[in-house]
Design a protein around this ligand. Structure first.
Ligand SMILES: NC(=O)NCCC[C@H](N)C(=O)O
Length: 251
């Protein structure tokens, strides 16, 4: 199930990245670069063809490439970020999508959407309705993916940046979540986790996941359930409300 993994090098202005729900903490840029290298290496070791989206040095949050590009089959959807400071990240993401030969669509007008609010599981696309994503964008997304046979399921969020800050799916299609941030009753069922970093997994293969080193109990639990679990330390990105999912787009 491997393919291309798009990543984007951290901007030297990384420490100026946005923080919304947590207090600002100093970011060690050199450590962030090393952590990003280790993250890339983990994707490559799992068989992914890691490719760089052109860097956007003037955009502190550009390393969080997931927010600037959504890929559904052969369709690339370019979101219009809910953070005006991040809208300039889209141009480079569009060029990367074109280089991959993807069809291009975009979220436009007054609609706002961050890729971190989009969780694709089989034929369902869950979309977080929170601070970054509005109803207009959910309508536009629904129209764009309907021809691909996808159903959009909106989820109201509470007290969290993005949908994928609170829930992601394991390779078996079950969910790991911090339920207190999610509208109740939307997900068919989920495995509640106690560590914040435990609800963010990147699915690297049919039984392989990548998870933050900040969630050791969840990593042990998933290993005990028979998953092949890789951990990476992304502490410098977590200080900016980033998580393992937002550092790549798996195509
Ligand atoms: N998908 C994600 O979880 N993205 C994290 C974005 C963090 C960035 N500091 C932001 O506030 O936009």
């Amino acid at each position: 199930m491997t393919g291309v993994a798009l990543v984007r090098r951290p901007s030297p202005r990384l420490a100026e990245g946005l923080v919304t729900h947590i207090d600002r903490a100093p970011v060690d840029f050199d450590l962030a670069v090393k952590q990003h290298d280790a993250y890339r290496a983990t994707l490559a070791a799992a068989g992914w063809d890691v490719r760089d989206v052109e860097a956007a040095e003037e955009h502190p949050d550009s390393v969080f490439i997931e927010d600037a590009l959504i890929v559904c089959e052969d369709l690339a959807i370019l979101p219009r970020s809910g953070a005006p400071e991040r809208r300039g990240e889209r141009a480079g993401a569009e060029r990367a999508a074109r280089e991959l030969g993807l069809r291009i669509a975009s979220i436009d007008g007054s609609a706002t959407l961050d890729g971190g609010d989009v969780l694709q599981v089989g034929a369902t696309i869950y979309v977080g309705r929170g601070g970054r994503t509005n109803a207009d964008a959910i309508r536009q997304l629904r129209a764009l993916v309907a021809p691909l046979g996808r159903t959009v399921v909106p989820v109201a969020l509470r007290g969290v940046l993005h949908l994928k800050s609170a829930v992601t799916a394991l390779p078996d299609g079950t969910f790991v979540a911090l339920p207190e941030h999610l509208e109740p009753g939307v997900f068919p069922s989920f495995r509640p986790v106690t560590e914040e970093g435990g609800c963010h997994v990147v699915v690297l293969g049919e039984e392989t996941v990548l998870i933050s080193a900040s969630a050791p109990r969840t990593a042990d639990h998933l290993t005990d359930l028979g998953f092949d679990v890789h951990t990476v330390d992304i502490s410098e990105f977590e200080k900016l409300e980033g998580c393992v999912t937002c550092l790549s787009v798996l195509v």
